[in-house]
Design a protein around this ligand. Structure first.
Ligand SMILES: NC(=O)c1ccc[n+]([C@@H]2O[C@H](COP(=O)([O-])OP(=O)(O)OC[C@H]3O[C@@H](n4cnc5c(N)ncnc54)[C@H](OP(=O)(O)O)[C@@H]3O)[C@@H](O)[C@H]2O)c1
Length: 223
């Protein structure tokens, strides 16, 4: 019997598609949903029977873990729109609070010292628990650096140690090794421009050994 928590990925663009694809590769069932059921059905046909298409409300109702693979502003809207359905759920936020700048790059759309994770933590539905996760790599690495030997790391942060097991299982089933950096106040480190983000000071994918070296820690290290 499969005892793993049910996962739904909402938003099937770059990150949502990569996460759903990884999960299926990792032999994990996943519910997929987007603004339209057609988009969810198209992806599920491509991925096979482990990927089940649903509308957003049903996906949230059915799943224990909801991955919001949409832009930061859309996560805020969805948290508001589905506040009742999201009560008690585990919410995964992979978002980066960025937008294109005038020079062909990206700029932060919240203040320098703020993180999307901390802002979203303030908007959580009743009894929902939040993890900042699955957004520490660009989509190319999320897809191509999965299931390697030695495994590459995905960092995560949460204030609820009670969900560590579910989040670590989710990351492993995506083909990566999980490393918890700490509470949601550490989110800024694993968002774009952060010291542990591929598009920040870290600059690349890392294995556990490389992550250990970067973090130069040992006792609080999981792995
Ligand atoms: N791309 C990366 O390399 C990367 C890396 C790390 C983290 N992230 C983060 O991951 C999140 C998703 O990024 P992405 O690159 O995957 O974006 P994307 O390719 O634009 O995909 C977003 C998807 O969400 C859908 N969507 C938008 N609003 C929605 C709503 N209200 N309800 C349901 N679905 C909705 C979009 O549908 P429509 O096409 O109909 O708008 C689209 O399918 C962002 O927060 C981003 O910061 C991205």
């Amino acid at each position: 019997m499969n005892t793993k928590s049910k996962v739904a990925v909402i938003g099937l663009g770059n990150i949502g598609t990569a996460v759903a694809t990884n999960l299926v590769k990792g032999d994990r069932a996943v519910i997929v949903a987007d603004r339209t059921i057609e988009k969810a059905k198209t992806l599920s046909q491509k991925l096979g029977s482990l990927a089940q298409p649903m509308d957003i409300a049903s996906a949230i109702k059915e799943a224990d873990i909801i991955v919001f693979a949409v832009w930061f502003s859309a996560i805020k809207e969805l948290l508001h729109q589905y506040a009742t359905e999201l009560e008690g759920k585990i919410i995964v936020d992979p978002s980066n609070p960025i937008a294109p700048d005038e020079k062909g790059g990206f700029k932060k759309i919240i203040s320098e010292n703020e993180s999307a994770g901390e802002i979203i933590a303030e908007l959580l539905p009743k009894n929902a628990r939040l993890a900042k996760a699955l957004g520490t790599l660009g989509v190319a690495s999320l897809a191509n650096a999965a299931f390697q030997k030695p495994a590459n790391v995905l960092f995560y942060a949460t204030d609820n140690a009670s969900i560590n097991t579910e989040i670590e299982e989710l990351i492993r089933d995506n083909g990566f090794e999980p490393v918890r950096l700490g509470g949601i106040d550490q989110s800024i480190r694993i968002e774009v421009f952060g010291d542990m983000h591929e598009f920040g000071a870290l600059g690349k994918t890392v294995t556990i050994e490389e992550a250990k070296e970067k973090l130069s820690l040992s006792e609080q290290f999981i792995g």
